[in-house]
Write a protein that binds this ligand. Structure first.
Ligand code: CDM
Ligand code: ATP
Length: 292
């Protein structure tokens, strides 16, 4: 029996600039993080003598249901903070590819915090504080709203709502290691000095948003293509789709996204390339951006 359930949406970095480096080696960044309809699901079931986890879904086989899983790590961290002895059996439906730059594990951890926070009456501000040590992307995934991420991801500023556009995600079926990509970024020249993007009060259309994004970049894209040249092919394929306004990689890769004027335009492009995607073993998802 399911007591509570929630969706853990894919995080997309519409741009990702590296702005500096902390003494501990972590990179300071500036990013516009938004969320797509694509999602994992976390369910809380019956009480148990300790937190335990079952994993199902298309990408479930690639993950262990042990203490390394971010769902259990988040549950235990919140349990310790709340001083609760109230454990449950949890289920993760893993629909998002693992280690793919769309923060799936971070979204799962954040989703677990939201669910247990609801059961145990814990404020969002406390959840965000507990999220931080779990990973750089976990705080933004607690809110699942467009946010500017600064610091190493823990400084969040609410961004204007997304226009009602479409997004097509493609993952070429290879896991990319975030630390490896950061290391290559540093080795390939590192920080680029540039002015910080300025957001308007609102974006009226996808073209309006894309106009601002055209002045930005994902600084990890070139190092990721160096590690995994198939990312370049994914970007070319997205660029070739009718109505695709722009194509870029998210996070440390390998998932890339194309932005479209409407969710239907993104879905049509997904259908258009479905044969090629099936042949190459690519994962795809198309639909809306979460609005706010
Ligand atoms: C690239 C982004 O996805 C952008 O949203 C995130 O910054 C990465 O977040 P994440 O996957 O939660 O990363 P973490 O698990 O915290 O870090 C993995 C490793 O990547 C490197 N890392 C990560 C984040 C950051 N701002 N600087 C780094 O140098 C560090 O070597 C770190 O040990
Ligand atoms: N529930 C989980 N889902 C996915 N990965 C998990 C989970 N729990 C632990 N991990 C581990 O975390 C690592 C990163 O996974 P994740 O899918 O979050 O990467 P990502 O999409 O590249 O994230 P980011 O965009 O934050 O860099 C994987 O190597 C995986 O083994």
């Amino acid at each position: 029996m399911t007591l509570l359930q929630d969706t853990a949406h894919a995080k997309i970095n519409l741009y990702l600039h590296m702005t500096g480096r902390r003494p501990d080696g972590y990179h300071l960044l500036d990013s516009l993080a938004v969320f797509a309809g694509a999602a994992d699901e976390v369910r809380i079931a019956e009480k148990s003598d300790r937190f335990s986890l079952s994993i199902e879904g298309r990408f479930g086989a690639g993950l262990e249901a042990d203490d390394s899983n971010l769902v259990l790590r988040a549950a235990r961290a919140l349990q310790a903070h709340a001083g609760k002895n109230d454990p449950y059996h949890l289920t993760l439906e893993k629909n998002l590819p693992v280690a793919s730059g769309i923060g799936g594990g971070s979204a799962d951890a954040a989703c677990t915090l939201r669910l247990l926070g609801e059961l145990w009456n814990i404020d969002e501000a406390d959840l965000i504080a507990i999220a931080e040590p779990l990973g750089a992307d976990v705080p933004v995934c607690v809110q699942q709203k467009p946010n500017r991420m600064e610091g190493i991801g823990e400084i969040l500023t609410v961004a204007p709502a997304m226009p009602n556009g479409g997004i097509l995600l493609i993952n070429p079926g290879l896991a990319v290691s975030t630390p490896d990509i950061f290391r290559s970024f540093a080795a390939m020249g590192g920080i680029i000095e540039r002015p910080a993007p300025v957001f308007p009060a609102r974006w009226t259309s996808m073209s309006d948003l894309v106009e601002m994004l055209s002045l930005t970049a994902n600084d990890l894209q070139a190092p990721a293509i160096h590690h995994a040249p198939s990312i370049g092919k994914v970007l070319d394929t997205l660029d070739m789709q009718k109505e695709c306004l722009m194509a870029r990689m998210s996070g440390s890769g390998a998932t890339c996204f194309g932005l479209f004027p409407t969710p239907d335009a993104a879905r049509n492009a997904e259908i258009e390339l479905s044969k090629e995607a099936a042949h190459l073993g690519w994962w795809t998802w198309a639909g809306p951006l979460l609005q706010d």
